[in-house]
Design a protein around this ligand. Structure first.
Ligand SMILES: Nc1ncnc2c1ncn2[C@@H]1O[C@H](COP(=O)(O)OP(=O)(O)OP(=O)(O)O)[C@@H](O)[C@H]1O
Ligand SMILES: [Mg+2]
Length: 386
């Protein structure tokens, strides 16, 4: 794979926090192929992973691919929609842009498009040259629902000519906009089966309840694709190449150590690499990685203290014990002794609450503190018991 060599003085060659695009994206060949091939074949998909594993990055990459081959894509980040009317107008605006040749088109074309909606939006030209649809500020629920259905109909019409895809990222938040929305979508997906739904979300229990469980409203509609970590080989190669392109080389063994300290979430690996790059005078060696780790933890202390202070004592003890040593045997006597939580049911309750808050994560049957930098900060059980 060819990668850009950064010019001298250019920014840090690593990136974290927002979706990985361009040269910041690595691996995921099989997952990308799995998503793209389904988008092209009218099979809906749902991507589920813990936070920061790269769902949005993968969906954006897939979007790029299918758009290049002529597909229409409406891409919504549900978390960016503050209410149901905002969701409806974002969908309508994006449906307008999903139409071929709409960018830079006339006011008349935009006004004609508005007439497709009974709630009578108007179109405004933004400074970026893109039209945006605006509805009355207090669109009633019934009107918002009808607008969503009208967008679906538009997508279905396009599906006659080209793959037509509706991406709803951060889908776990959809019921915050309306408890009825999963059922509305199910009805629309049944009515217009040629429109591909691509959903992504974390909070696996919510996604489970809406999409995966046998009694879920969207059960059976979408092929579930579980997103694991980026494979180690791609990640090592990425770290080595990016470090070299940024003028501070890193050997493979250091890249491997960095992954074992921050992994497996690609976001955390890139975050530590970012700090290690800053901390390295020249080459990124193991010392620079250690300094980077200290720096990353020190940036997080206020946030960590706040999380810690809002957790009841039982949850803190369980966090302390898992930070000390991840385990799958949380109902064992040994774990109760190690954590200092007296009963199995209290351990269980703490595990459930921490899982719901996405502070811990289960990987291959073993519970881990999800964020490696928080894990490094959490006081050890000795301190807690003392
Ligand atoms: N394929 C990839 N290659 C390299 N880094 C990646 C890749 N995918 C994700 N990352 C890293 O993870 C970060 C977060 O990615 P992204 O926002 O796509 O994750 P997400 O699963 O959508 O997160 P969230 O759960 O917060 O929505 C990126 O900034 C990047 O550092
Ligand atoms: Mg995301």
């Amino acid at each position: 794979m060819t990668r850009t060599i950064l010019p001298p003085g250019a920014g840090n060659p690593f990136h974290y926090g927002t979706p990985a695009t361009g040269d910041y994206f690595t691996g995921r060949r099989n997952e990308l192929q799995a998503v793209v091939s389904r988008m092209r074949s009218e099979v809906s998909v749902v991507l589920i992973s813990p936070r920061r594993y790269g769902k949005t990055s993968l969906l954006r990459r897939a979007e790029e691919r299918v758009r290049r081959s002529g597909a229409s894509v409406v891409f919504i980040d549900v978390l960016l929609c503050k209410d149901l009317p905002t969701l409806a107008s974002s969908l309508a605006t994006q449906a307008l842009h999903a139409r071929p040749g709409m960018v830079g088109r006339s006011a008349k074309a935009a006004a004609d498009f508005c007439r497709r909606f009974r709630a009578a939006p108007h179109a405004e030209l933004g400074e970026d040259g893109r039209w945006r649809l605006h509805f009355a500020p207090h669109l009633a629920t019934a009107d918002a629902d009808r607008t969503i259905s009208e967008v679906y109909l538009l997508l279905a019409e396009q599906a006659e000519e080209r793959p037509s895809i509706l991406v709803l990222d951060e889908f776990q938040a959809i019921t915050d906009l309306g408890a009825h929305l999963p059922r509305l979508l199910k009805g629309l997906a049944d009515t217009y089966p040629r429109v591909v739904l691509a959903l992504a979300g974390s909070k696996h229990h919510l996604m489970q309840r809406m999409v995966v469980d046998a009694d879920a409203p969207l059960y059976g509609m979408c092929q579930a694709i579980g997103l694991g970590p980026v494979d180690d080989e791609s990640m090592v190669e990425y770290l080595v190449q990016r470090a070299a392109s940024g003028g501070k080389p890193m050997v493979r063994s250091v890249a491997e150590e960095l992954i074992s300290l921050a992994g497996p979430a690609p976001n955390d690996i890139q975050r530590l690499a970012f700090e290690a790059y800053l901390a390295a005078p020249s080459a990124i060696d193991i010392e620079a990685v250690r300094r980077g780790l200290l720096m990353t933890v020190s940036h997080g202390v206020h946030e960590y203290a706040e999380i810690w202070n809002t957790r009841p004592p039982g949850q803190r003890r369980v966090l302390g014990a898992l930070a000390d040593a991840p385990t799958g045997h949380t109902s064992s006597k040994a774990f109760r002794e190690r954590s200092g939580v007296s009963s199995t049911s209290s351990v269980q309750k703490a595990i459930e609450a921490l899982d719901q808050a996405e502070l811990i994560v289960r990987r291959d049957g073993t519970w881990h503190v999800a964020d490696p930098f928080f894990r490094a900060w959490v006081p050890s059980p000795d301190v807690l018991h003392g």
